[in-house]
Ligand binder design. Structure first.
Ligand code: ASP
Length: 330
């Protein structure tokens, strides 16, 4: 029997038209409807949830989107979400956690060139996402430029090129070939069975460390009510402590129950705070390594955990435990 698929549109370039204010998502979904090529025998339902540039997709929209997917997941065999590319990795991250345990595929996609424009990459991306949604995989994925990636491992790496997303520190889940969409089942993380936890906190701050940055910046962040800080540090996880002692500030905040996680400014591989003195001092001060997680996956995991737990130790314990493929087993 053919599969029942649902396509939820949220806006982005894929749904955009040129206006006097620049490219902007429109509410007319006729182009999208016409461009969807489902696998044979499948039937497709379209639902427009938003018509937003993804820069305007924030925790409020994540909650609405996740609630809607959860409410429809019993009625469809697979769900495609069309989304702007700019923040798609964040949405893929938070949905991976909120909908952890989902028994169907949820596949995000978008495009660099709007539907209907010459050379648009939208039809190919949609086709790949629809085929993935009709496949027997489960979890949250991102389909782009012929590649199927685990949602919590995808990062946007190009502003203009068609090959805009990459799976970081994790093999592809599938790829388009002469035979269609090949799925690599060995790459799928072990499925988890747990009820959905659709909640999020916006009290996580992402800070990119720069040479000479004044540690007092963290006091300013605290004054705004943030409760967790993700620091993109240097290389494998270096934090300065000469001239301006950033590590001392980390120790002060950690002792006040603030969660401080260190990831790397490098896209590939991992942070490891045990390698250098500049990492060990941060580790001794109470910082935790994000391991091989992407910043997007680490940031959204903290947002999700912060909404559920109060205690620093509890948040950290869950943060470093693999859930849906976002972090390698220690
Ligand atoms: N600004 C657009 C968005 O993220 C870019 C895109 O979709 O490619 O909504």
């Amino acid at each position: 029997m053919g599969k029942h698929l649902l396509l939820i549109s949220t806006g982005g370039t894929i749904a955009s038209v040129p206006t006097r204010q620049g490219l902007s998502p429109c509410t007319d979904d006729s182009l999208l409807r016409a461009a969807c090529q489902c696998p044979p025998g499948c039937c497709l339902t379209l639902k427009q949830l938003f018509a937003l540039d993804s820069s305007n997709i924030q925790p409020e929209e994540w909650l609405q989107l996740a609630e809607f997917i959860a409410s429809q997941s019993g009625r469809y065999d697979g769900i495609v979400v069309t989304h702007g590319t700019d923040t798609m990795a964040y949405t893929a991250g938070i949905l991976s956690y909120m909908l952890c345990g989902i028994h169907i595929p949820v596949v995000l996609t978008g495009s660099q060139i709007p539907l209907g424009q010459p050379f648009s990459d939208a039809p190919m991306n949609l086709q790949c996402a629809l085929h993935a949604a009709a496949s027997p995989i489960r979890g949250v994925f991102l389909a782009f430029a012929g590649k199927l990636m685990l949602g919590c491992r995808a990062v946007k790496i190009r502003t203009c090129g068609m090959n805009a997303f990459e799976s970081i520190n994790y093999p592809l889940i599938g790829q388009v070939s002469l035979h269609g969409l090949d799925i690599y089942e060995n790459a799928l993380p072990t499925p988890v069975h747990q009820p959905f936890r659709i909640q999020v906190s916006d009290r996580v701050f992402l800070l990119k460390l720069t040479p000479g940055l004044d540690p007092a910046i963290l006091d300013a962040v605290m004054a705004l009510g943030y409760r967790a800080i993700l620091i993109e540090a240097f290389g494998i996880g270096g934090v300065h402590f000469l001239h301006r002692n950033f590590c001392q500030k980390i120790a002060q905040l950690s002792s006040r129950g603030i969660v401080i996680v260190i990831s790397s400014q490098c896209l590939y591989e991992k942070s490891d705070l045990t390698q250098y003195e500049v990492g060990r001092v941060a580790l001794a001060a109470g910082a935790v390594s994000a391991g091989d997680m992407t910043s997007e996956a680490a940031f959204t995991k903290l947002m999700w955990l912060l909404s559920q737990y109060r205690e620093r130790d509890e948040i950290i314990q869950h943060f470093v435990s693999p859930l849906c493929g976002e972090i390698a087993f220690p």
